[in-house]
Design a protein around this ligand. Structure first.
Ligand code: HEC
Ligand code: HEC
Ligand code: HEC
Ligand code: HEC
Length: 244
């Protein structure tokens, strides 16, 4: 009996430690769009506006300089002539498509980018809702913000670049497209990517850690209590049975 209780307590501590350290696995990313025989010059001729925006963007500059890890015209979608990019299903899949590279350890490490860009988007209200529908109802029309609503689809720049649609001076404009009566502070609250950072938000960090430890510990202790109680009753009955 003592040995059993000891085993239970040990496994409880182990489970709590695992829950506190491990983070849930992020949602699966999309597969690459089909490649195409159309050349860069032909894309430029067919879609001059998108091409010009992309060529000046962080992706286009890298791609045209020979960085094949950056997306060309078929890096995020197939030939737009088919109308694919206007469908609800395409829209729901955009974050997972960007995530294909932005959650890829090799791509992010090589370019000194954070690896949790996709994961931190999924933790926002927008991301969690979009991912829920992508997983359960992939043809649904949803209007929660996907990556390209905030970053644009083709004129993408680093947030520190003044041309970026999410640069501090432009961010509110990105929210107001959908949240018409947004307060000026609205665009500064980190709703693009939710991160709990030990130095930037220590209080939140401690609170998060507390819950990660407390919840499995309390539930585990409750289960342990029930288990011991059952054992106690069973033993009690066995002893009682012997007496009569
Ligand atoms: C980083 C991802 C990405 C890359 C790279 C990209 N696109 Fe797109 N493209 C999108 C997204 C997302 C949409 C749909 C949303 C939108 O139109 O804003 C889209 C839509 C389009 C559309 C349809 C616009 C419409 O109104 O129907 C065209 C045309 C297009 N892209 C052309 C191109 C061309 C040409 C290139 C290469 C120069 C390119 N795209 C590269 C993400 C990308
Ligand atoms: C095929 C891979 C790939 C896809 C798909 C892709 N990206 Fe990128 N992205 C890159 C790479 C590589 C860089 C780094 C380029 C560089 O710094 O030279 C980058 C850079 C960026 C940056 C600049 C980050 C910084 O701080 O410098 C932003 C913002 C960005 N991508 C957003 C997006 C969005 C939004 C989408 C989807 C609409 C997307 N990307 C799709 C590969 C990709
Ligand atoms: C493409 C449209 C779109 C864009 C762009 C957008 N949002 Fe949203 N957002 C939505 C929708 C749709 C909802 C869900 C509406 C609801 O249930 O109230 C939502 C919900 C929210 C919520 C949580 C629910 C609520 O109403 O309090 C917050 C907070 C939020 N957005 C902040 C932002 C911020 C900050 C930006 C800009 C950085 C932004 N959004 C950009 C569409 C968008
Ligand atoms: C509601 C608006 C919004 C949405 C949706 C959004 N972002 Fe961002 N993104 C931002 C803002 C604002 C920043 C800069 C500050 C920050 O990191 O929160 C940023 C920063 C970034 C960066 C710079 C590096 C980093 O991780 O901070 C990349 C790359 C990026 N976003 C890609 C994406 C991708 C890919 C998606 C979709 C999976 C996405 N964003 C969705 C607003 C958004």
């Amino acid at each position: 009996m003592k040995r059993l209780a000891c085993l239970c307590v040990c496994s409880l501590v182990l489970l709590t430690a695992l829950a506190a350290c491990g983070s849930p696995r992020p949602a699966p990313v999309a597969s690459a769009p089909p490649t195409s025989a159309v050349t860069a010059e032909q894309w430029a001729e067919r879609y001059p506006m998108e091409y010009a925006q992309w060529a000046a963007s962080v992706h286009g500059v890298a791609y045209l300089a020979g960085d094949m890890a950056a997306p060309g015209c078929t890096g995020c979608h197939g030939d737009p002539a088919g109308g694919e990019t206007r469908t609800a299903a395409f829209r729901l899949n955009i974050p997972a498509q960007c995530g294909r590279c932005h959650a890829d350890q090799q791509v992010t490490a090589k370019h000194a980018l954070p690896n949790d860009t996709y994961e931190s988007y999924l933790k926002t209200f927008h991301g969690a809702t979009i991912e829920y529908y992508r997983a359960t109802d992939p043809l649904a029309e949803r209007y929660e913000a996907v990556c390209s609503d905030c970053h644009t689809a083709h004129a993408i720049h680093a947030p520190s670049d003044a041309r970026s649609s999410v640069a501090p001076a432009n961010l509110r404009r990105a929210c107001v497209k959908c949240h018409q009566d947004a307060e000026p502070v609205f665009g500064t609250m980190g709703y693009g990517h939710f991160r709990i950072d030990r130095t930037a938000s220590p209080l939140l960090y401690v609170l998060d850690l507390f819950y990660r430890i407390a919840i499995p510990l309390i539930i585990g202790a409750m289960l342990l209590y029930i288990l011991l109680d059952i054992l106690h009753r069973v033993r009690g009955r066995a002893v009682g049975g012997n007496q009569s």
